[in-house]
Design a binder for this molecule. Structure first.
Ligand code: NZQ
Ligand code: ZN
Length: 395
């Protein structure tokens, strides 16, 4: 096991911490581009509270509203123009993963003279690694992506029908201010999708990582068990602050790099979901709920021991004379049943997706599931035909 861990984001966590936004922002700038989504923060009053806190601390605000779920590169271009024109020296994201991701790329695009789309498509030909960005502060209102404390951003481009990502050190937020009270208003379906996203962030490493990572395995199982227990509660009662708090913390831990350290994971489930989202604009967590169990059934055959471990440790299943693969399959069935119990879709048809474009999704995902030498990635490695088969099994 070999790794380097770096995460410079200061995390301010807990109910009521929104009032500290101004104080936190003031250390990094005086004029904030406040990036928001489609209006939820206005309806909940969170926007006014954020602006009050910022202005009280002497930080003036320019709003960049209207970031869409599955944020588009067009919004990033608009935000970067606005930040430049207004002379903003700080970017504050107030919203879900989409808003945070757009805000991050806006912060970098301010210093980039070309088209911000050049920065998306990690590792692709002609890809431009962002090296400089305005200071970023994230204030999540939805627990799911972990974007608040990582250096990634996922952006969609409708013109070319691609959803892809960028990861760069300059995109680490200076401060993540996570106040679980802000998530109390997240609707039931988005809450469930968020729980699925959190769990999938750690299952990617758990099943795709190298062997010999016992601590990371236990971290991942802790995240899964916590997200399941408190996620169930948050879905049943959106006003349960304790449940919202634990789910929020799980979302951060799941993708701030800690669980991933040393596992050398690829993310086939995410890459396949991104291909679906690029064509159908589905909510990220809902797409994952469809792809993940289908992918697991494919991968379990190659690594039954890992999946049997998951069945035993997460669902408390016993072998009772059965082999690893049989146990593994029951664990996957239980996982899928959990997703359904909280209201996630688990079939493509529930997302309104048929089989017509399956070869295209598979082609898109296969492009990013291979290294620079063309070797297939994943454990087991996935060919285009494998991806197609996984998707067909989820129809
Ligand atoms: O846009 P508004 O009006 O704010 O409404 C949003 C949106 O409709 C609503 N919402 C958010 N907070 C709310 C709320 N409604 C009521 N009360 C609140 N407190 O929820 C809807 C979904 O929001 P969105 O930001 O799209 O959801 P999520 O946080 O799941 O983000 C999804 C995006 O993040 C990317 C996904 O691909 C997708 O584009 N990801 C980013 C990652 C990262 N940066 O590390 C990793 C993830 O794997 C993921 O790929
Ligand atoms: Zn995700």
């Amino acid at each position: 096991m070999k790794f380097e861990f770096y995460n410079p984001t200061r995390l301010i966590f807990g109910a009521g911490t929104l009032s500290r936004l101004g104080e936190a922002a003031r250390e990094h700038g005086r004029k904030a581009l406040l990036v928001t989504g489609g209006g939820s923060v206005k309806r909940t009053g969170v926007f006014d509270r954020a602006v009050t806190s910022l202005e009280k601390a002497g930080v003036s605000v320019v709003e960049c509203a209207g970031i869409e779920p599955n944020p588009r590169i067009t919004s990033v271009r608009r935000g970067a123009d606005m930040a430049r024109r207004e002379g903003c020296d700080l970017v504050v994201a107030l919203g879900g993963g989409s808003t945070m991701d757009a805000a991050k790329v806006i912060a970098a695009a301010v210093f980039y003279e070309g088209d911000p789309w050049d920065m998306i498509g990690h590792g692709q030909e002609n890809w431009v690694l962002p090296t400089r960005a305005l200071p970023i502060i994230t204030v999540p209102t939805l627990a799911a992506t972990g974007s608040e404390m990582n250096c990634g951003a996922v952006i969609s481009n409708d013109e070319v029908k691609v959803k892809s990502f960028v990861k760069a050190d300059c995109l680490f937020p200076r401060v993540a201010l996570a106040d679980p009270e802000l998530t109390l208003t997240v609707p039931r379906d988005q809450t469930a999708y968020g729980v699925c996203d959190i769990i999938t962030h750690v299952t990617e490493g758990y099943f795709n990582g190298v062997d010999g990572t016992p601590i990371q395995d236990r971290f991942a199982e802790g995240v899964i068990l916590t997200a399941m227990e408190y996620g169930r509660r948050a879905v049943a009662d959106g006003g349960d602050l304790e449940a919202r708090t634990q789910v929020q913390w799980a979302s951060i831990v799941a993708l701030n790099g800690w669980v991933q350290a040393g596992v050398d994971a690829v993310h086939p489930v995410h890459m396949i979901e991104h291909a679906l989202s690029a064509h159908h604009d589905v909510p990220h967590g809902a797409g994952l709920a469809v792809v993940n169990p289908a992918w697991m059934r494919f991968a379990a055959k190659a690594r039954p021991q890992r999946f049997a471990q998951f069945a035993r440790r997460v669902f408390g299943l016993q072998a009772d004379g059965r082999g690893d693969l049989e146990l593994a399959m029951e664990g996957i069935d239980r996982f899928e049943a959990f997703l359904r119990s909280i209201g996630c879709p688990t079939r493509l048809s529930e997302l309104g997706i048929g089989d017509e474009l399956i070869p295209r999704y598979a082609e898109d995902a296969a492009l990013v599931l291979r290294d620079e030498h063309g070797n297939l990635l994943g454990r087991p490695p996935m060919s285009k035909a494998d991806i197609e088969a996984v998707l067909r099994s989820a129809l």
